[in-house]
Design a protein around this ligand. Sequence first.
Ligand code: B12
Ligand code: SF4
Ligand code: SF4
Length: 268
Amino acid sequence: MRKDIKEEISDQIIRKAKEFGASSAGIASVEALKESPSHLIYGRMGEYRAVGSGEGPTGLGKVAWPGNAKCAIVIAVLHPQANPELDWWKTGYFGGTRGNRMLLSTNSQLSHWLEEKKRVRTIELSYHIEHGGIFLKDAAVMAGLGCIGKNNLLVTPEFGPRVRLRAMVTDEVLPCTGPIEFDPCEECSAPCMAACPKEAFRKKIYSEDDFGLDQLPGRTGVFSKQLCHEQMRVDEDRPENVEVDGELEPGKWISYCRRCELACPVGR
Ligand code: B12
Ligand code: SF4
Ligand code: SF4
């Protein structure tokens, strides 16, 4: 495909993603992503099973990139503080959360559009790494959506960390849209870290010497996923019987902790 036509396609993809419901979108190179910090550190962090994940076809410790994957298209959907129900999770509910349903629908519409109108083959990716997913925050940073904040989350200029992500890969090389120059954390006193009920950012647990890189979880190696995970278990033990507009299904919804996300002033 000619270069100018490709560049036009990148713009069109982002416009279409927004038309289909994304708050922002971008494109990253798979080759570059395979060298991103999460790829370099993941297999060395020790075995660990997160909430909702576990055994999967890929196994723990690695990403299974589809053979011919050249680019990852990442979409972000805003989860504003005013609409907490987008993030509430329920067993048996298709997509788990309302927000994830929006992401699935947007991703799928964009994938069909690319296949039918642009003849670009796509694969919509799973959420969990061990089920064929990719590191969505790394992909979003490389696609120009924002940076990794001190809260260990993707922080976007427009919405702060209050977004959820999803991705697909293409078998076509497309012009990438990132990374961007953006770092709101440098001068910030980090209310995100102070907000954690489990003090998951209290002390350094990963070092440059041990892992051979300085782009560590929580930026300086302080983020403890184990402590965060403990909070998730606490949240699961107290599901709430709340009514969600437009939902007929009865049942209890889990509201997972978002304190480090909601404390960030960026994009409020
Ligand atoms: C497993 C998982 C968890 C686990 C473990 C988290 C972890 N960090 O390991 C638990 C259950 C604890 C968890 C908690 C949460 N999660 Co979670 N989680 C995931 C999941 C499925 C995989 C993440 C993973 O395994 N990463 C692997 C390790 C190696 O990376 P990491 O610790 O995230 O840190 C890496 C990055 O920070 C990166 N990095 C650091 N510096 C730099 C610099 C550059 C340039 C780049 C490119 C990368 C980079 O490399 C690090 C290694 O150093 C992703 C979805 C996905 N497929 O990506 C969602 C995801 C990361 N979670 C998300 C969210 C929102 C949460 C929670 C707020 C809970 C909630 N209410 O949803 C908390 C926040 C915790 C926190 N402060 O980080 C969102 C993040 C959105 C955002 N704005 O960033 C994601 C993307 C899911 C989604 N629906 O969009 N999560
Ligand atoms: S609260 Fe401050 S330090 Fe934390 S992520 Fe937001 S800008 Fe960065
Ligand atoms: S999601 Fe909650 S428990 Fe996990 S790191 Fe953020 S504030 Fe701490």
